[in-house]
Design a protein around this ligand. Structure first.
Ligand code: AGP
Length: 618
Protein backbone atom coordinates (compact mmCIF):
# COMPACT_ATOMS: atom_id res chain seq x y z
CA UNK A 1 0.00 0.00 0.00
CA UNK A 2 2.34 2.73 -1.23
CA UNK A 3 1.84 6.23 -2.57
CA UNK A 4 2.96 6.83 -6.14
CA UNK A 5 2.99 9.89 -8.38
CA UNK A 6 4.14 10.69 -11.92
CA UNK A 7 4.30 14.02 -13.77
CA UNK A 8 5.10 15.47 -17.18
CA UNK A 9 4.60 19.18 -17.83
CA UNK A 10 5.91 22.73 -17.51
CA UNK A 11 5.82 22.97 -13.72
CA UNK A 12 8.81 22.33 -11.48
CA UNK A 13 8.61 18.56 -11.26
CA UNK A 14 10.09 18.38 -7.78
CA UNK A 15 7.41 20.68 -6.34
CA UNK A 16 4.67 18.59 -7.95
CA UNK A 17 6.18 15.29 -6.77
CA UNK A 18 6.82 16.36 -3.16
CA UNK A 19 3.43 18.06 -2.89
CA UNK A 20 1.73 14.90 -4.08
CA UNK A 21 3.78 12.62 -1.84
CA UNK A 22 2.85 14.79 1.14
CA UNK A 23 -0.83 14.03 0.48
CA UNK A 24 -0.10 10.38 -0.21
CA UNK A 25 1.99 9.82 2.92
CA UNK A 26 -1.00 8.23 4.68
CA UNK A 27 -0.56 5.29 2.30
CA UNK A 28 2.84 4.46 3.70
CA UNK A 29 5.74 6.20 5.32
CA UNK A 30 8.61 3.73 5.65
CA UNK A 31 10.65 5.55 3.01
CA UNK A 32 10.27 8.00 0.13
CA UNK A 33 12.06 8.80 -3.09
CA UNK A 34 11.92 10.65 -6.42
CA UNK A 35 13.51 10.37 -9.84
CA UNK A 36 13.61 13.20 -12.39
CA UNK A 37 15.14 13.63 -15.84
CA UNK A 38 16.94 16.98 -16.06
CA UNK A 39 16.57 19.38 -18.96
CA UNK A 40 20.03 18.14 -19.96
CA UNK A 41 18.68 14.60 -20.23
CA UNK A 42 20.20 13.11 -17.08
CA UNK A 43 18.24 10.76 -14.81
CA UNK A 44 18.77 11.65 -11.14
CA UNK A 45 17.33 9.94 -8.07
CA UNK A 46 17.10 10.77 -4.39
CA UNK A 47 15.59 8.37 -1.84
CA UNK A 48 15.65 8.01 1.94
CA UNK A 49 14.29 5.69 4.63
CA UNK A 50 11.80 7.15 7.05
CA UNK A 51 9.21 9.87 6.60
CA UNK A 52 8.99 12.27 3.69
CA UNK A 53 10.83 14.95 5.67
CA UNK A 54 13.95 12.79 5.52
CA UNK A 55 13.78 12.87 1.72
CA UNK A 56 13.26 16.63 1.72
CA UNK A 57 16.38 17.03 3.88
CA UNK A 58 18.31 14.75 1.54
CA UNK A 59 17.30 16.85 -1.47
CA UNK A 60 18.16 20.05 0.37
CA UNK A 61 21.67 18.77 0.95
CA UNK A 62 21.90 17.17 -2.50
CA UNK A 63 19.74 19.36 -4.80
CA UNK A 64 18.12 17.95 -7.92
CA UNK A 65 18.33 19.73 -11.28
CA UNK A 66 15.36 21.54 -12.80
CA UNK A 67 13.09 19.08 -14.58
CA UNK A 68 9.73 18.65 -16.25
CA UNK A 69 9.30 14.90 -15.87
CA UNK A 70 9.53 12.66 -12.82
CA UNK A 71 8.13 9.94 -10.55
CA UNK A 72 7.80 9.79 -6.77
CA UNK A 73 7.07 7.10 -4.17
CA UNK A 74 6.27 6.83 -0.47
CA UNK A 75 6.62 3.26 0.73
CA UNK A 76 4.73 0.77 2.92
CA UNK A 77 7.30 -2.04 3.02
CA UNK A 78 6.30 -5.52 1.92
CA UNK A 79 9.53 -7.10 0.66
CA UNK A 80 12.69 -5.81 2.33
CA UNK A 81 13.03 -3.71 5.47
CA UNK A 82 12.51 0.08 5.35
CA UNK A 83 16.09 1.07 4.41
CA UNK A 84 17.59 3.61 1.98
CA UNK A 85 18.53 0.76 -0.35
CA UNK A 86 15.04 -0.72 -0.37
CA UNK A 87 13.39 2.68 -0.87
CA UNK A 88 11.86 3.38 -4.28
CA UNK A 89 12.59 4.39 -7.01
CA UNK A 90 14.68 1.43 -8.16
CA UNK A 91 17.13 1.74 -11.06
CA UNK A 92 17.24 -0.82 -13.84
CA UNK A 93 19.99 -2.00 -16.11
CA UNK A 94 23.79 -1.93 -15.83
CA UNK A 95 23.89 1.78 -16.64
CA UNK A 96 20.90 2.67 -14.43
CA UNK A 97 19.21 4.74 -17.12
CA UNK A 98 15.77 3.47 -16.09
CA UNK A 99 13.87 4.35 -12.90
CA UNK A 100 10.86 2.45 -11.54
CA UNK A 101 8.38 2.78 -8.70
CA UNK A 102 5.92 0.10 -7.66
CA UNK A 103 2.89 -0.31 -5.41
CA UNK A 104 1.88 -3.90 -4.65
CA UNK A 105 3.38 -7.39 -4.50
CA UNK A 106 5.02 -9.20 -7.43
CA UNK A 107 4.28 -12.79 -6.46
CA UNK A 108 6.63 -14.44 -8.96
CA UNK A 109 9.60 -12.18 -8.28
CA UNK A 110 11.68 -15.08 -6.97
CA UNK A 111 11.79 -16.96 -10.27
CA UNK A 112 12.32 -13.76 -12.24
CA UNK A 113 15.14 -12.68 -9.92
CA UNK A 114 16.84 -16.06 -10.38
CA UNK A 115 16.69 -15.53 -14.15
CA UNK A 116 18.34 -12.13 -13.81
CA UNK A 117 20.99 -13.36 -11.38
CA UNK A 118 21.85 -16.14 -13.81
CA UNK A 119 22.36 -13.43 -16.44
CA UNK A 120 24.74 -11.61 -14.12
CA UNK A 121 22.44 -8.83 -12.92
CA UNK A 122 23.62 -7.08 -9.75
CA UNK A 123 20.92 -6.13 -7.25
CA UNK A 124 21.04 -3.14 -4.92
CA UNK A 125 17.99 -4.07 -2.83
CA UNK A 126 15.95 -6.96 -1.40
CA UNK A 127 12.76 -5.79 -3.08
CA UNK A 128 10.52 -7.49 -5.59
CA UNK A 129 10.20 -4.12 -7.38
CA UNK A 130 13.86 -3.95 -8.43
CA UNK A 131 13.38 -7.19 -10.35
CA UNK A 132 10.88 -5.44 -12.63
CA UNK A 133 13.26 -2.51 -13.16
CA UNK A 134 16.05 -4.77 -14.40
CA UNK A 135 13.71 -6.84 -16.56
CA UNK A 136 12.34 -3.77 -18.35
CA UNK A 137 15.83 -2.30 -18.85
CA UNK A 138 17.08 -5.59 -20.29
CA UNK A 139 14.03 -5.92 -22.57
CA UNK A 140 14.51 -2.34 -23.78
CA UNK A 141 18.13 -3.11 -24.65
CA UNK A 142 16.78 -5.95 -26.81
CA UNK A 143 13.80 -4.24 -28.47
CA UNK A 144 14.85 -0.59 -28.55
CA UNK A 145 11.15 0.18 -28.07
CA UNK A 146 10.37 1.27 -24.49
CA UNK A 147 6.54 0.86 -24.53
CA UNK A 148 6.94 -2.57 -26.14
CA UNK A 149 9.60 -3.62 -23.64
CA UNK A 150 7.41 -2.36 -20.82
CA UNK A 151 4.39 -4.32 -22.09
CA UNK A 152 6.43 -7.49 -22.60
CA UNK A 153 7.59 -7.42 -18.99
CA UNK A 154 4.36 -6.48 -17.22
CA UNK A 155 2.70 -9.38 -18.99
CA UNK A 156 5.13 -11.69 -17.16
CA UNK A 157 4.40 -10.33 -13.67
CA UNK A 158 1.96 -12.08 -11.31
CA UNK A 159 0.34 -10.57 -8.23
CA UNK A 160 -0.69 -6.98 -7.58
CA UNK A 161 1.16 -4.02 -9.03
CA UNK A 162 0.99 -0.43 -10.16
CA UNK A 163 4.30 0.36 -11.86
CA UNK A 164 5.65 3.68 -13.19
CA UNK A 165 8.80 3.91 -15.29
CA UNK A 166 10.89 6.69 -16.84
CA UNK A 167 13.99 6.21 -18.99
CA UNK A 168 16.76 8.71 -19.62
CA UNK A 169 16.65 8.08 -23.36
CA UNK A 170 12.97 9.16 -23.55
CA UNK A 171 12.67 12.28 -21.36
CA UNK A 172 9.13 13.10 -22.46
CA UNK A 173 7.21 10.00 -21.41
CA UNK A 174 6.12 8.23 -18.22
CA UNK A 175 4.93 4.64 -18.66
CA UNK A 176 2.51 3.06 -16.22
CA UNK A 177 0.75 -0.28 -15.78
CA UNK A 178 -1.76 -1.60 -13.28
CA UNK A 179 -2.93 -5.05 -12.22
CA UNK A 180 -4.88 -5.51 -8.96
CA UNK A 181 -3.67 -2.17 -7.58
CA UNK A 182 -5.01 1.39 -7.99
CA UNK A 183 -3.89 3.89 -10.66
CA UNK A 184 -5.49 7.15 -11.75
CA UNK A 185 -4.53 9.73 -14.38
CA UNK A 186 -4.82 13.49 -13.76
CA UNK A 187 -5.49 15.53 -16.90
CA UNK A 188 -4.04 19.03 -17.07
CA UNK A 189 -3.58 21.71 -19.70
CA UNK A 190 -0.24 20.91 -21.30
CA UNK A 191 0.59 18.66 -18.37
CA UNK A 192 -0.54 15.27 -17.08
CA UNK A 193 -0.27 13.32 -13.84
CA UNK A 194 -0.38 9.75 -12.52
CA UNK A 195 -1.20 8.68 -8.97
CA UNK A 196 -2.19 5.78 -6.73
CA UNK A 197 -5.20 7.96 -5.97
CA UNK A 198 -6.34 11.46 -6.83
CA UNK A 199 -4.66 12.83 -3.70
CA UNK A 200 -1.50 12.81 -5.83
CA UNK A 201 -2.70 15.64 -8.07
CA UNK A 202 -5.91 17.04 -6.56
CA UNK A 203 -4.25 20.44 -6.05
CA UNK A 204 -3.56 20.75 -9.79
CA UNK A 205 -6.60 19.35 -11.57
CA UNK A 206 -10.05 17.91 -10.93
CA UNK A 207 -10.14 16.02 -14.24
CA UNK A 208 -9.22 12.36 -13.86
CA UNK A 209 -9.33 8.92 -15.45
CA UNK A 210 -9.35 5.62 -13.57
CA UNK A 211 -7.04 3.11 -15.24
CA UNK A 212 -8.59 -0.34 -15.63
CA UNK A 213 -7.27 -3.81 -14.86
CA UNK A 214 -4.31 -4.89 -17.03
CA UNK A 215 -3.96 -1.53 -18.74
CA UNK A 216 -0.88 0.43 -19.73
CA UNK A 217 -0.61 4.23 -19.85
CA UNK A 218 1.75 6.20 -22.11
CA UNK A 219 1.74 9.67 -20.56
CA UNK A 220 3.18 12.80 -22.16
CA UNK A 221 2.63 16.48 -21.37
CA UNK A 222 0.25 16.87 -24.27
CA UNK A 223 -1.19 13.39 -24.66
CA UNK A 224 -2.43 10.35 -22.76
CA UNK A 225 -2.66 6.97 -24.45
CA UNK A 226 -4.18 3.92 -22.71
CA UNK A 227 -3.75 0.37 -24.04
CA UNK A 228 -4.47 -3.13 -22.76
CA UNK A 229 -1.51 -5.31 -21.79
CA UNK A 230 -1.97 -6.88 -25.23
CA UNK A 231 -1.62 -3.52 -26.96
CA UNK A 232 -5.25 -2.88 -27.90
CA UNK A 233 -6.31 0.79 -27.61
CA UNK A 234 -8.58 1.71 -24.70
CA UNK A 235 -10.98 4.65 -24.74
CA UNK A 236 -10.84 5.90 -21.14
CA UNK A 237 -13.70 7.61 -19.32
CA UNK A 238 -12.97 10.92 -17.65
CA UNK A 239 -14.48 11.82 -14.26
CA UNK A 240 -14.51 14.93 -12.07
CA UNK A 241 -12.69 14.77 -8.73
CA UNK A 242 -15.00 15.98 -5.95
CA UNK A 243 -12.52 15.81 -3.08
CA UNK A 244 -11.25 18.88 -1.31
CA UNK A 245 -7.59 18.99 -0.45
CA UNK A 246 -8.01 18.08 3.25
CA UNK A 247 -10.12 15.02 2.41
CA UNK A 248 -7.41 14.00 -0.03
CA UNK A 249 -5.05 13.33 2.85
CA UNK A 250 -7.48 10.59 3.94
CA UNK A 251 -8.07 9.22 0.49
CA UNK A 252 -11.38 11.08 0.33
CA UNK A 253 -12.77 9.55 3.55
CA UNK A 254 -14.09 11.48 6.55
CA UNK A 255 -11.54 9.75 8.78
CA UNK A 256 -8.68 7.29 8.51
CA UNK A 257 -10.77 4.82 10.48
CA UNK A 258 -13.61 5.01 7.95
CA UNK A 259 -11.08 4.50 5.17
CA UNK A 260 -9.46 1.57 6.93
CA UNK A 261 -12.81 -0.13 7.58
CA UNK A 262 -13.45 0.17 3.85
CA UNK A 263 -9.96 -1.19 3.11
CA UNK A 264 -10.75 -4.52 4.81
CA UNK A 265 -11.58 -6.60 1.71
CA UNK A 266 -8.20 -5.61 0.27
CA UNK A 267 -6.45 -6.25 3.59
CA UNK A 268 -7.82 -9.80 3.68
CA UNK A 269 -7.12 -10.37 -0.02
CA UNK A 270 -3.56 -9.04 0.20
CA UNK A 271 -2.84 -11.13 3.30
CA UNK A 272 -4.04 -14.23 1.44
CA UNK A 273 -2.31 -13.31 -1.82
CA UNK A 274 0.28 -15.84 -2.97
CA UNK A 275 -0.16 -17.96 0.15
CA UNK A 276 -2.96 -20.37 -0.82
CA UNK A 277 -2.25 -22.87 -3.57
CA UNK A 278 -5.08 -24.43 -5.59
CA UNK A 279 -4.59 -27.75 -3.75
CA UNK A 280 -5.31 -25.97 -0.46
CA UNK A 281 -1.71 -26.00 0.66
CA UNK A 282 -0.47 -22.87 2.40
CA UNK A 283 2.81 -21.23 1.34
CA UNK A 284 4.33 -19.06 4.07
CA UNK A 285 7.63 -17.89 2.62
CA UNK A 286 8.72 -15.87 5.62
CA UNK A 287 8.65 -18.69 8.16
CA UNK A 288 11.73 -20.52 6.95
CA UNK A 289 13.10 -19.92 10.44
CA UNK A 290 10.81 -22.78 11.55
CA UNK A 291 11.88 -26.13 10.13
CA UNK A 292 9.51 -29.00 9.41
CA UNK A 293 11.20 -30.70 12.38
CA UNK A 294 10.43 -27.69 14.58
CA UNK A 295 6.80 -27.86 13.55
CA UNK A 296 6.53 -31.58 14.26
CA UNK A 297 8.21 -30.95 17.63
CA UNK A 298 5.73 -28.33 18.89
CA UNK A 299 3.73 -29.59 21.85
CA UNK A 300 2.03 -26.30 22.76
CA UNK A 301 1.41 -22.87 21.28
CA UNK A 302 1.21 -19.77 23.43
CA UNK A 303 -0.16 -16.70 21.64
CA UNK A 304 0.84 -13.36 23.15
CA UNK A 305 -0.58 -9.96 22.28
CA UNK A 306 -2.38 -6.92 23.70
CA UNK A 307 -5.74 -5.31 23.10
CA UNK A 308 -7.34 -5.91 19.74
CA UNK A 309 -4.44 -8.12 18.66
CA UNK A 310 -5.21 -10.43 21.59
CA UNK A 311 -8.73 -10.94 20.25
CA UNK A 312 -7.23 -11.97 16.92
CA UNK A 313 -5.34 -14.59 18.92
CA UNK A 314 -8.55 -15.75 20.59
CA UNK A 315 -10.11 -16.37 17.17
CA UNK A 316 -6.95 -18.03 15.82
CA UNK A 317 -6.93 -20.40 18.79
CA UNK A 318 -10.16 -22.05 17.61
CA UNK A 319 -8.78 -22.57 14.11
CA UNK A 320 -5.30 -23.74 15.11
CA UNK A 321 -6.64 -26.27 17.61
CA UNK A 322 -9.32 -27.47 15.18
CA UNK A 323 -7.02 -27.96 12.18
CA UNK A 324 -3.68 -28.86 13.82
CA UNK A 325 -4.79 -30.39 17.16
CA UNK A 326 -1.94 -28.48 18.85
CA UNK A 327 -3.05 -27.05 22.23
CA UNK A 328 -3.19 -23.25 22.14
CA UNK A 329 -3.38 -20.81 25.01
CA UNK A 330 -3.80 -17.07 24.58
CA UNK A 331 -2.06 -14.76 27.02
CA UNK A 332 -2.01 -11.01 27.42
CA UNK A 333 1.65 -10.18 26.89
CA UNK A 334 2.02 -8.14 30.09
CA UNK A 335 0.48 -10.91 32.21
CA UNK A 336 2.41 -13.73 30.53
CA UNK A 337 5.78 -12.02 31.01
CA UNK A 338 5.54 -11.79 34.79
CA UNK A 339 3.69 -14.91 35.91
CA UNK A 340 6.66 -17.29 35.66
CA UNK A 341 4.97 -19.26 32.86
CA UNK A 342 5.97 -22.75 31.79
CA UNK A 343 7.85 -22.44 28.49
CA UNK A 344 10.04 -25.15 26.94
CA UNK A 345 11.97 -25.72 23.69
CA UNK A 346 8.81 -27.43 22.40
CA UNK A 347 6.65 -24.34 22.99
CA UNK A 348 5.91 -22.17 19.95
CA UNK A 349 5.24 -18.56 20.86
CA UNK A 350 3.04 -16.73 18.33
CA UNK A 351 3.26 -12.99 18.94
CA UNK A 352 0.66 -10.83 17.19
CA UNK A 353 1.19 -7.11 16.76
CA UNK A 354 0.15 -4.55 14.14
CA UNK A 355 2.99 -2.17 14.96
CA UNK A 356 5.54 -4.77 15.98
CA UNK A 357 6.72 -2.24 18.58
CA UNK A 358 4.36 -2.93 21.52
CA UNK A 359 6.80 -3.16 24.42
CA UNK A 360 4.60 -5.55 26.44
CA UNK A 361 4.66 -8.02 23.57
CA UNK A 362 8.36 -7.50 22.88
CA UNK A 363 9.18 -8.21 26.53
CA UNK A 364 7.01 -11.35 26.46
CA UNK A 365 8.72 -12.73 23.38
CA UNK A 366 12.22 -11.89 24.69
CA UNK A 367 11.41 -13.76 27.90
CA UNK A 368 10.11 -16.76 25.98
CA UNK A 369 13.23 -16.88 23.80
CA UNK A 370 15.36 -16.91 26.96
CA UNK A 371 13.41 -20.02 27.98
CA UNK A 372 14.35 -21.66 24.68
CA UNK A 373 11.09 -21.24 22.79
CA UNK A 374 10.81 -20.42 19.07
CA UNK A 375 8.91 -17.22 18.24
CA UNK A 376 6.67 -16.67 15.22
CA UNK A 377 5.46 -13.09 14.73
CA UNK A 378 2.29 -12.02 12.96
CA UNK A 379 3.04 -8.40 12.16
CA UNK A 380 1.79 -5.64 9.89
CA UNK A 381 4.94 -3.52 9.80
CA UNK A 382 7.85 -4.69 7.67
CA UNK A 383 11.12 -4.70 9.55
CA UNK A 384 9.52 -3.86 12.93
CA UNK A 385 11.39 -4.80 16.10
CA UNK A 386 9.15 -7.79 16.77
CA UNK A 387 9.68 -9.12 13.24
CA UNK A 388 13.45 -8.68 13.47
CA UNK A 389 13.65 -10.43 16.86
CA UNK A 390 11.47 -13.41 15.88
CA UNK A 391 12.52 -16.73 14.36
CA UNK A 392 9.80 -16.46 11.73
CA UNK A 393 7.25 -13.91 10.54
CA UNK A 394 3.90 -13.93 8.82
CA UNK A 395 3.38 -10.41 7.55
CA UNK A 396 -0.18 -9.15 7.30
CA UNK A 397 -0.51 -6.96 4.22
CA UNK A 398 -3.15 -4.58 5.56
CA UNK A 399 -1.18 -1.51 4.57
CA UNK A 400 -0.55 1.40 6.93
CA UNK A 401 -3.12 1.58 9.72
CA UNK A 402 -3.17 5.21 10.80
CA UNK A 403 -6.27 5.34 13.00
CA UNK A 404 -5.44 4.43 16.60
CA UNK A 405 -8.43 2.07 16.78
CA UNK A 406 -7.39 -1.05 14.90
CA UNK A 407 -9.76 -2.42 12.24
CA UNK A 408 -8.18 -3.70 9.01
CA UNK A 409 -5.10 -4.92 10.88
CA UNK A 410 -7.37 -7.05 13.07
CA UNK A 411 -9.09 -8.80 10.16
CA UNK A 412 -5.69 -9.27 8.54
CA UNK A 413 -4.31 -10.76 11.77
CA UNK A 414 -7.26 -13.15 11.98
CA UNK A 415 -6.69 -14.08 8.33
CA UNK A 416 -3.02 -14.78 9.06
CA UNK A 417 -4.15 -16.93 12.00
CA UNK A 418 -6.32 -19.00 9.66
CA UNK A 419 -3.39 -19.43 7.26
CA UNK A 420 -1.17 -20.54 10.14
CA UNK A 421 -3.85 -23.01 11.29
CA UNK A 422 -4.08 -24.57 7.82
CA UNK A 423 -0.28 -24.57 7.49
CA UNK A 424 0.19 -26.36 10.81
CA UNK A 425 -2.70 -28.70 10.05
CA UNK A 426 -0.92 -29.79 6.89
CA UNK A 427 2.48 -29.94 8.59
CA UNK A 428 1.15 -32.13 11.37
CA UNK A 429 -1.02 -34.21 9.07
CA UNK A 430 -3.93 -33.46 11.39
CA UNK A 431 -6.40 -32.42 8.66
CA UNK A 432 -7.01 -34.29 5.43
CA UNK A 433 -5.70 -32.66 2.25
CA UNK A 434 -9.20 -32.61 0.71
CA UNK A 435 -10.55 -30.75 3.76
CA UNK A 436 -7.62 -28.32 3.65
CA UNK A 437 -8.39 -27.67 -0.02
CA UNK A 438 -12.04 -27.03 0.77
CA UNK A 439 -11.15 -24.69 3.63
CA UNK A 440 -8.66 -22.85 1.42
CA UNK A 441 -11.40 -22.28 -1.15
CA UNK A 442 -13.75 -21.02 1.56
CA UNK A 443 -11.06 -18.65 2.82
CA UNK A 444 -10.58 -17.20 -0.66
CA UNK A 445 -14.26 -16.20 -0.62
CA UNK A 446 -13.80 -14.00 2.43
CA UNK A 447 -12.74 -10.71 0.72
CA UNK A 448 -15.99 -10.76 -1.28
CA UNK A 449 -17.93 -11.62 1.88
CA UNK A 450 -16.35 -8.63 3.63
CA UNK A 451 -17.39 -6.40 0.73
CA UNK A 452 -20.93 -7.77 1.05
CA UNK A 453 -21.04 -6.75 4.72
CA UNK A 454 -19.61 -3.28 4.00
CA UNK A 455 -22.37 -2.64 1.48
CA UNK A 456 -25.11 -3.23 4.10
CA UNK A 457 -24.04 -1.11 7.07
CA UNK A 458 -26.43 1.85 6.71
CA UNK A 459 -29.04 0.50 9.22
CA UNK A 460 -26.47 0.05 11.98
CA UNK A 461 -25.08 3.50 11.25
CA UNK A 462 -28.56 4.93 11.76
CA UNK A 463 -28.97 2.90 14.96
CA UNK A 464 -25.68 4.27 16.31
CA UNK A 465 -26.79 7.86 15.71
CA UNK A 466 -29.96 7.18 17.74
CA UNK A 467 -27.91 5.70 20.59
CA UNK A 468 -25.49 8.61 20.98
CA UNK A 469 -26.66 9.04 24.59
CA UNK A 470 -26.12 5.40 25.56
CA UNK A 471 -24.24 5.11 28.86
CA UNK A 472 -23.54 1.38 28.74
CA UNK A 473 -23.58 -1.30 26.04
CA UNK A 474 -22.98 -5.03 26.53
CA UNK A 475 -21.72 -7.53 23.97
CA UNK A 476 -22.36 -11.27 24.00
CA UNK A 477 -20.89 -14.04 21.86
CA UNK A 478 -20.07 -17.74 21.97
CA UNK A 479 -17.22 -19.73 20.45
CA UNK A 480 -15.65 -17.62 17.67
CA UNK A 481 -18.26 -14.97 18.42
CA UNK A 482 -16.89 -14.45 21.93
CA UNK A 483 -13.65 -12.68 20.86
CA UNK A 484 -15.77 -10.58 18.51
CA UNK A 485 -17.93 -9.51 21.47
CA UNK A 486 -14.77 -8.54 23.36
CA UNK A 487 -13.49 -6.54 20.38
CA UNK A 488 -16.84 -4.81 19.91
CA UNK A 489 -16.73 -3.68 23.53
CA UNK A 490 -13.14 -2.44 23.19
CA UNK A 491 -13.96 -0.41 20.06
CA UNK A 492 -16.80 1.31 21.88
CA UNK A 493 -14.67 2.07 24.95
CA UNK A 494 -11.83 3.41 22.79
CA UNK A 495 -13.95 5.54 20.51
CA UNK A 496 -17.06 6.65 22.43
CA UNK A 497 -15.58 6.66 25.95
CA UNK A 498 -18.61 4.82 27.42
CA UNK A 499 -18.89 1.69 29.55
CA UNK A 500 -18.92 -1.38 27.31
CA UNK A 501 -18.29 -4.96 28.28
CA UNK A 502 -17.99 -8.21 26.34
CA UNK A 503 -19.01 -11.58 27.77
CA UNK A 504 -19.14 -15.18 26.75
CA UNK A 505 -22.90 -15.62 26.29
CA UNK A 506 -22.82 -18.78 28.38
CA UNK A 507 -21.30 -16.81 31.27
CA UNK A 508 -24.30 -14.48 31.55
CA UNK A 509 -26.24 -16.58 34.04
CA UNK A 510 -23.14 -16.81 36.24
CA UNK A 511 -23.35 -13.16 37.27
CA UNK A 512 -23.38 -10.56 34.49
CA UNK A 513 -27.14 -10.98 33.91
CA UNK A 514 -27.57 -8.87 37.02
CA UNK A 515 -26.51 -5.93 34.83
CA UNK A 516 -29.57 -6.27 32.64
CA UNK A 517 -32.26 -3.67 33.19
CA UNK A 518 -35.02 -2.06 31.14
CA UNK A 519 -33.66 -0.69 27.86
CA UNK A 520 -30.10 -1.99 28.33
CA UNK A 521 -28.60 -2.28 24.82
CA UNK A 522 -27.00 -5.68 24.27
CA UNK A 523 -25.24 -6.77 21.07
CA UNK A 524 -25.40 -10.51 20.46
CA UNK A 525 -23.22 -12.25 17.87
CA UNK A 526 -25.45 -15.13 16.80
CA UNK A 527 -23.80 -18.26 15.35
CA UNK A 528 -25.08 -19.94 12.21
CA UNK A 529 -28.36 -21.82 12.65
CA UNK A 530 -26.65 -24.58 10.67
CA UNK A 531 -23.99 -24.67 13.39
CA UNK A 532 -23.17 -28.33 13.80
CA UNK A 533 -22.51 -27.88 17.53
CA UNK A 534 -26.02 -26.45 17.93
CA UNK A 535 -24.81 -23.27 19.63
CA UNK A 536 -27.53 -21.34 17.82
CA UNK A 537 -30.36 -22.54 20.07
CA UNK A 538 -28.25 -21.78 23.14
CA UNK A 539 -27.64 -18.21 22.01
CA UNK A 540 -31.32 -17.76 21.20
CA UNK A 541 -32.02 -18.88 24.76
CA UNK A 542 -29.52 -16.30 26.03
CA UNK A 543 -31.37 -13.65 24.01
CA UNK A 544 -34.68 -14.75 25.55
CA UNK A 545 -33.18 -14.52 29.05
CA UNK A 546 -32.04 -10.93 28.62
CA UNK A 547 -35.16 -9.81 26.77
CA UNK A 548 -37.22 -11.13 29.66
CA UNK A 549 -35.36 -8.62 31.82
CA UNK A 550 -35.81 -5.64 29.51
CA UNK A 551 -32.71 -5.77 27.33
CA UNK A 552 -32.78 -4.13 23.89
CA UNK A 553 -31.15 -6.80 21.67
CA UNK A 554 -29.07 -5.88 18.64
CA UNK A 555 -28.15 -9.07 16.79
CA UNK A 556 -25.40 -9.79 14.27
CA UNK A 557 -26.60 -12.94 12.52
CA UNK A 558 -26.19 -15.04 9.41
CA UNK A 559 -28.28 -14.33 6.35
CA UNK A 560 -31.16 -16.83 6.27
CA UNK A 561 -31.50 -17.05 10.05
CA UNK A 562 -35.31 -16.95 10.20
CA UNK A 563 -35.52 -17.15 13.98
CA UNK A 564 -33.36 -14.36 15.36
CA UNK A 565 -35.56 -11.61 13.93
CA UNK A 566 -38.37 -12.69 16.28
CA UNK A 567 -36.32 -11.76 19.34
CA UNK A 568 -34.14 -8.81 18.37
CA UNK A 569 -35.02 -5.12 17.93
CA UNK A 570 -32.34 -4.84 15.24
CA UNK A 571 -30.54 -7.45 13.15
CA UNK A 572 -27.55 -6.90 10.90
CA UNK A 573 -27.01 -9.93 8.68
CA UNK A 574 -23.69 -11.19 7.36
CA UNK A 575 -23.22 -13.70 4.53
CA UNK A 576 -23.14 -17.41 5.25
CA UNK A 577 -19.56 -18.69 5.40
CA UNK A 578 -17.43 -21.38 7.05
CA UNK A 579 -18.38 -20.81 10.68
CA UNK A 580 -14.81 -20.61 11.95
CA UNK A 581 -14.13 -17.81 9.42
CA UNK A 582 -17.20 -15.79 10.44
CA UNK A 583 -15.35 -13.56 12.93
CA UNK A 584 -13.94 -11.51 10.05
CA UNK A 585 -17.51 -10.64 9.06
CA UNK A 586 -19.33 -10.26 12.38
CA UNK A 587 -16.76 -7.79 13.73
CA UNK A 588 -17.37 -5.26 10.95
CA UNK A 589 -20.82 -4.00 12.04
CA UNK A 590 -19.39 -3.50 15.54
CA UNK A 591 -16.48 -1.43 14.14
CA UNK A 592 -18.97 0.64 12.20
CA UNK A 593 -21.30 1.09 15.20
CA UNK A 594 -18.46 2.37 17.37
CA UNK A 595 -17.25 4.74 14.64
CA UNK A 596 -20.71 6.19 14.08
CA UNK A 597 -21.54 6.58 17.76
CA UNK A 598 -18.23 8.32 18.35
CA UNK A 599 -18.88 10.61 15.39
CA UNK A 600 -22.40 11.34 16.67
CA UNK A 601 -20.81 12.42 19.95
CA UNK A 602 -18.45 14.73 18.05
CA UNK A 603 -15.33 12.84 19.14
CA UNK A 604 -12.04 12.38 17.27
CA UNK A 605 -12.32 8.87 15.85
CA UNK A 606 -8.75 8.76 14.53
CA UNK A 607 -7.00 9.93 17.68
CA UNK A 608 -9.13 9.03 20.72
CA UNK A 609 -8.16 10.58 24.06
CA UNK A 610 -5.47 8.95 26.22
CA UNK A 611 -4.45 6.47 23.48
CA UNK A 612 -1.46 5.98 21.18
CA UNK A 613 -1.19 3.93 18.01
CA UNK A 614 1.70 1.94 19.38
CA UNK A 615 2.33 1.50 23.10
CA UNK A 616 6.12 1.39 23.16
CA UNK A 617 6.44 1.41 26.95
CA UNK A 618 5.56 -1.34 29.43
C1 AGP B 1 -6.78 -1.43 19.23
O1 AGP B 1 -7.86 -0.69 18.67
C2 AGP B 1 -5.95 -0.62 20.16
N1 AGP B 1 -5.36 0.49 19.49
C3 AGP B 1 -4.95 -1.45 20.95
O2 AGP B 1 -5.68 -2.39 21.72
C4 AGP B 1 -3.93 -2.24 20.10
O3 AGP B 1 -4.57 -3.27 19.43
C5 AGP B 1 -2.87 -2.83 21.06
O4 AGP B 1 -2.21 -1.76 21.72
C6 AGP B 1 -1.85 -3.72 20.34
O5 AGP B 1 -1.15 -2.96 19.39
P1 AGP B 1 -0.18 -3.77 18.36
O6 AGP B 1 -1.09 -4.64 17.54
O7 AGP B 1 0.51 -2.72 17.56
O8 AGP B 1 0.76 -4.60 19.18
Amino acid sequence: MCGIIGYVGPKSTLDVLLGGLRRLEYRGYDSAGVSVISAGGNLETRKKAGKLDNLVSEITSHPLPESHIGIGHTRWATHGAPTDGNAHPHLGGPTSKLSLIHNGIIENFGALKAELLAAGTKFASETDSEVAAHLIAAEFEKTGDLPKAFANVVNRLHGAFTILVIHESQPDVVLAARRNAPLVIGLGDGENFLGSDVAAFVEHTDRAISVGQDEIVILRAGSVEVRTFDGAPVTPTEFKVDWDASAASKGGWSSFMAKEIADQPQAVADTLMGRLESDGSVVLQEIDGLSAEDIKNIDRIIMVACGTASYACDVAKYAIEKFSRIPVQVELSHEFRYRDPIVTERTLIVAVSQSGETMDTLMATRYAKEQGAKVLAICNTQGATLARESDAVIYTHAGPEVAVASTKALVAQITAGYLLALFLGAGRGATAQAELRRLGQELLKMPANVTHVLERLEPIRELAKKMADAKSVLFLGRNVGFPVAMEGALKLKELAYIHAEGFAAGELKHGPIALIEEGQPVFVIVPSPDDVDSLHPKVISNIQEIRARGAKVIAIAEEGDAEVGNYAEHVTYVPKCENIFSSILTVIPLQCFALELSTAKGLDVDQPRNLAKSVTVE
